[in-house]
Write a protein that binds this ligand. Sequence first.
Ligand SMILES: Nc1ncnc2c1ncn2[C@@H]1O[C@H](COP(=O)(O)OP(=O)(O)O)[C@@H](O)[C@H]1O
Ligand SMILES: [Mg+2]
Length: 175
Amino acid sequence: MSAERLELHLPDESATRALGAALAPALVPGLRVWLQGDLGAGKTALVRAVLRALGFSGTVRSPTYTLVELYPVSRLNFYHLDLYRFEFHEEFIDAGLEECFGGDAVCFVEWPEKAESFLPPADLVLRLSVDGPGRRVTIEARSEKGQACLRRLARCLQAVRPPAGASSSAPDSPA
Ligand SMILES: Nc1ncnc2c1ncn2[C@@H]1O[C@H](COP(=O)(O)OP(=O)(O)O)[C@@H](O)[C@H]1O
Ligand SMILES: [Mg+2]
């Protein structure tokens, strides 16, 4: 079985862009990706990097107020959600956000913990944190689909390292 977890140090923003560029081709329709981490950890920056790599050249705003943005990019319908402002999990239902899930769209969700009683399970969970001047990210696969994505991502990162600048600690040993 392949690694279910990957930890990377992202020393600067170009490393975040490199991670986005490696993650983009690993996405498949219907994939659900949760982004956890404090304000300023780099969740939106990573989504922006993924969208750039998928060929979207417009502005990628944080959906803190709009809750959700849809980007029809490349071969995917790509939803970017930010649930930060929710006080109650039920607001997810009131806002009609369930409709984003269940189809073939890829969904990246910031602050999933704000509606976890109503969200479907994640395929991949990315936890971002500030690490000195850079960032640290752990990526955990929570489903077979997520594992396959993580495998493709790891291969892609290996192919571009070291010039991409994303240094990696060893993923968990295979089970
Ligand atoms: N690897 C990195 N190293 C240092 N700064 C980064 C890195 N990746 C992103 N940043 C910066 O961190 C900030 C993250 O902001 P943002 O993505 O809006 O955070 P969040 O969505 O988690 O609240 C941005 O100013 C971005 O330029
Ligand atoms: Mg954000």
